[in-house]
Design a protein around this ligand. Structure first.
Ligand code: GLA
Length: 355
């Protein structure tokens, strides 16, 4: 069913935004730290038009679900919460948003740690900017998207995903200082490409330990007398903290340092080592990995042509990312996936995208 079939008229406009994959800097953004994501080829697209019956109507093609809601209604559940959140936040910014029909279609996998929700928020805000000629820039779009996530979807997330979806492209890494929003576009190491494999183990961000990790980091920062863990640069400084705060802070401080090392310019081999170290730290100190992710990462790391691999996103399931020799991505992905699935899992290749 297309827009016309659902809403009985052609759309007035459309917009889209990509999912993202994070190469380095995991669980650092809500600690005011540093991240290094890039956009993935898969995108979320929204088609929009004006609604004539006083209500907003949202339709998801993938879910085949329709949500109808008025301005003063409670926040709907599911995909509608993100769209409703974006509309409500624009209202709060002082913009008048008339009732809209909004049709969503997405190639960004849901629940794999590739930010399908950020892609939906950024695509929705871009679509509304276009439809209503709103004067908001790409950074503001990312900030509003993050607020939709926090206030309307109930996930206390950082700013990385929305900044990546709003500002990154698929050809570069986006270095971002999440405190100042200072950013730099840097190339991938020479002669490399990215592989992303889904572990087949889904994760539900809100139901996971995500908010708990965030609370632990805030407690660690308080005990260390700093505004955020980003302000700690010497990994030794966290060693006196009680567990599990010591482990959590150790991960964050070292992870920030790993991202900063990349800025100095590193070889593909060293970049890969930093990714491997990041995975070990997420597994052992931050404790957000699961056996399936560890198995998939180990297979990737032991495959010829792979410089490094790690879980990506919040963890608890979802996808792994690897940096590999350019031109070998598809063959490596197929080989590793076959070995992984032979051990009883149901993984799949996400990047290189199947065309
Ligand atoms: C999720 C959040 C991000 C970030 C990552 C972990 O994707 O939405 O803000 O915290 O987890 O790095």
């Amino acid at each position: 069913m297309n827009f016309q079939q659902i809403f009985g008229a052609a759309p007035a406009t459309e917009a889209s935004a990509p999912g993202r994959v994070n190469l380095l800097g995991e669980h650092t953004d809500y600690n005011d730290g540093f991240v290094l994501p890039t956009a993935i080829p898969q995108r979320t697209t929204v088609h929009l038009g004006f609604s004539r019956d006083g209500q907003h109507h949202f339709y998801s093609a993938e879910l085949d679900q329709k949500v109808s809601v008025s301005e003063h209604d409670a926040t709907p559940q599911g995909f509608g919460s993100y769209i409703f959140g974006c509309i409500q936040l624009l209202h709060q910014e002082g913009y008048t948003i008339p009732p809209v029909n909004l049709y969503v279609t997405s190639a960004v996998p849901i629940g794999s740690g590739l930010s399908s929700s950020a892609a939906l928020e950024v695509a929705t805000l871009r679509g509304l900017r276009k439809l209503l000629q709103l004067d908001i820039d790409d950074v503001r779009i990312a900030q509003l998207g993050q607020q939709a996530e926090i206030q309307y979807a109930g996930v206390n997330s950082g700013i990385m995903d929305q900044m990546a979806s709003s500002l990154a492209d698929t050809e570069h890494l986006l270095f971002l200082d999440t405190r100042t929003l200072e950013r730099r576009v840097i190339p991938l190491p020479a002669d490399t490409e990215i592989v992303i494999l889904d572990s087949g183990v889904p994760r539900t961000l809100a139901g996971s330990g995500y908010n708990q990790r965030r609370t632990e980091c805030e407690a660690a920062a308080r005990l260390l007398g700093v505004q955020a863990l980003r302000d700690v640069t010497d990994p030794q400084a966290v060693e006196g903290l009680p567990e599990p705060l010591r482990q959590r802070a150790r991960h964050v401080v070292r992870e920030d340092n790993r991202v900063l090392e990349v800025l100095q310019g590193v070889s593909a081999a060293y970049f890969g080592e930093l990714m491997n170290a990041s995975h070990a730290s997420l597994r052992d100190d931050y404790e957000v990995s699961v056996p399936a992710l560890d198995a998939l990462v180990a297979l990737l790391q032991s495959t010829s042509g792979v410089f490094g691999a790690r879980l990506t996103g919040a963890g608890f399931g979802g996808a792994c990312v690897a940096l590999v020799t350019a031109g070998q991505g598809r063959a490596i992905a197929q080989e590793v996936l076959e070995r992984y699935n032979n051990t009883g899992y149901s993984g799949r290749i996400l990047v290189p995208a199947v065309t």
